[in-house]
Design a protein around this ligand. Sequence first.
Ligand SMILES: [Zn+2]
Ligand SMILES: [Zn+2]
Length: 223
Amino acid sequence: MKLNHLLPITCIICRYNVAHKEFPVCADCLHHLQTLLTTECRTCGRVPSACTCPRSDNHRFAFFYGSPVSQGLIYLLKTDTDKRVMEFVARLAVNACGLKPEAFDAVAYVPRSKKNLYFHGVDQARELAKAISAVYGIPAIDCIRRVGGKEQKLLSRDERMKNMKSSFVIKEDFHIEKPYKKILLVDDVYTTGATTKTCASLLRGRVSDSVVVFTLAKTNFLK
Ligand SMILES: [Zn+2]
Ligand SMILES: [Zn+2]
């Protein structure tokens, strides 16, 4: 007899409370997530799925980054290696912003810097792409490589953009017969959009005819 059938399942997020009957998370965590998904944009006043603020590329996101709950969730995804958490969050985020992953031929991601990867041990954008791939059954492709690039903090705005452009390349060993029609490019947080813009333009034409950007969060700041 398996004992885990008799024991209540613990929430995969807080690892403390008993999970809700239908979800792997507890009522408290579910409430926090619900609040996150409905927190309004500080610039246009709309919920994330309806935010009309101008963004580069075709970009969708699920919640605003800035509140302690959103920071806690992103931190959890960076440090937690339980893939059920990423799959649950990916499904929730995709549903919240009305994205239809089935409409894409493949999912790619913005790779972390070596320094970041060394620090956290997890490439959260890669894990998010893998989770979307697993949940929706679309292939995940590993085609972007991050190269040198200087520390962004020390550069002016123009220098940053130039530096960003030279920070990513298509992997030398990535070959496809002909470009995909439509791919989803994922990252965890959208700040200025410079990173996703750079990667999307790198992919466009060479890897895919069209690119849609999806991030879990977008920074919530007043203009
Ligand atoms: Zn919980
Ligand atoms: Zn907005």
